[in-house]
Design a protein around this ligand. Structure first.
Ligand code: ADP
Ligand code: ASP
Ligand code: MG
Length: 424
């Protein structure tokens, strides 16, 4: 017998028929003798709809009230799944964030989980009741509803798995695993049997939304065994968790594993991700003096605006230089306003902002021991006439900024160049 946390995403929960299929998958796990907790997302599109209502009600909405509204999508699906399980003869009940409780800080709309009191849920699971927990939501120190940021149900699932000391956290979604790149964009993408926590963390943080970045860092920290699987399976198919998906493993586990995908033949590059949610800002003719760059980035940091790529050109003849950097598109207007306000203090000549850029990243632990990954990337893009605007690297990742229109082409040609294409 094992204790399993199963998470089902928005597409899997979209409508009564799909919820019935999910209930069937859950029931089979319980019938196999496991203790089961389920974490669910709102129906696909529902959270977007609720966010829009908030915007319409008040453009400068109070994040605490926003949380009351957007957390409701998961309340609906958790109740519906419990009802459906009951209709199939299972013992099941819902546990809202405040009932578990899933305690978070008070950073509304992007709250962090601080602690989960899992005793009551564990007792109910041990008594044969399926615990259905809405993802994405928690409760703040002053008892208000909080949400964890978009895509947060993955993080809820991993946190619940850590709290109930689950043997496994199975993330069921609308694809049957983690692929070399988004299979909805590149038809030749290949499913990866194993991905390391670190690789998954980089892939998620540069745009592979199959798992929320925070869920991966939490799984890595708490050593939660995470598996990505498809919920779109036939009722007569073998049990869902016996159909291979993608297992997220540690470096050591990868080295010691004899599972397919762990061998010496493992590709140098594990995956490629694209992110169209960045914007580029250039400030021209900044004095090339100590403190100039700090005067740009300190106010952005204070305003909680994440700066990603930065390039500073070599100073030209008059001791002046241009600085280019990227920020999330959602923060561009705020960043522009802040920099405009400080134009004289920073001492730049012009600010040029552009939203139509995309970040393309290649990720793989193999990069640590092999040179030439970046060179291959630059040459492949150059051969297709794709211009690189900015570059950034980490130990296991190279990212470039390009024109948005060239995103799909860039991902496809890189996928081929690194030998990732599935056999035809
Ligand atoms: P859920 O609603 O189940 O949380 P998401 O839409 O958040 O599902 O995540 C699943 C989607 O992630 C897939 O439909 C796919 O388009 C996208 N995706 C992006 N990159 C990858 C990748 N490397 N492997 C698999 N899916 C990916
Ligand atoms: N429903 C939330 C969202 O759409 C959380 C999630 O699905 O993970 O962002
Ligand atoms: Mg998701």
């Amino acid at each position: 017998m094992a204790r399993i946390v199963m998470k089902f995403g928005g597409t899997s929960m979209a409508g009564s028929e799909r919820i019935r299929r999910v209930a069937g998958i859950v029931k089979r796990q319980q019938e196999a003798g496991h203790e089961v907790a389920v974490v669910v997302s709102a129906m696909a599109g529902e959270t977007d709809r609720l966010v829009n209502f908030c915007r319409e009600a008040n453009a400068l909405y109070d994040p605490a009230e926003y949380d009351v509204v957007v957390a409701s999508g998961e309340q609906v699906t958790s109740g519906l799944l419990a009802l459906t399980l009951q209709s199939m003869g299972c013992k099941a009940r819902s546990w809202l964030g405040w009932q578990v409780p899933i305690k978070t800080d008070d950073a509304h709309a992007k709250a962090r989980i601080e602690d989960i009191d899992s005793d009551a849920v564990i007792a109910s699971m041990a008594a044969g009741e399926i615990a259905v927990i809405p993802g994405f939501q928690g409760v703040s120190p002053d008892n208000r509803v909080t949400t964890l940021g978009r895509g947060g149900s993955d993080t809820s699932a991993v946190a619940v798995a850590a709290a109930v000391k689950a043997d496994r956290c199975d993330i069921y979604t609308d694809v049957d695993g983690v692929y070399t790149t988004d299979p909805r964009i590149v038809a030749k993408a290949r499913k990866l049997p194993l991905v390391t926590y670190e690789e998954m963390l980089e892939l998620a943080s540069v745009g592979s939304k199959v798992l929320q970045t925070r869920s991966v860092s939490l799984a890595m920290k708490e050593n939660v065994r995470v598996q990505v699987l498809s919920s779109f399976i036939d009722e007569n198919a073998p049990a869902a968790d016996t159909i291979p998906g993608t297992l997220i493993v540690s470096d050591e586990e990868l080295a010691n594993s004899n599972l397919e995908g762990s061998d010496m033949e493992r590709q140098l590059i594990t995956g490629i991700a694209a992110d169209k949610n960045e914007a580029k800002v250039t400030l021209t003719r900044i004095a090339d003096r100590p403190g100039a760059v700090a005067s740009i980035f300190a106010p952005l940091a204070e305003a909680n605006i994440n700066v990603d790529m930065i390039i500073q050109n070599v100073a030209k003849d008059k001791g002046e230089t241009d600085v280019t950097f990227t920020v999330p598109q959602a923060d561009l207007a705020r960043a522009q306003a802040l920099l405009e306000e400080r134009k004289d203090a920073i001492g730049y000549y012009r600010m040029i902002a552009e939203g139509n850029v995309a970040k393309i990243s290649v990720v793989g632990v193999g990069m640590r021991s092999h040179a030439g990954v970046a060179a291959t990337m630059f040459k492949t893009l150059a051969d297709r006439g794709i211009n690189i605007i900015a570059i950034s690297t980490s130990e296991i990742k190279v990212s470039v900024l390009i024109d948005t229109d060239e995103t799909e082409l860039a991902v496809r040609v890189l996928h081929t160049a690194y030998g990732l294409d599935a056999a035809a």
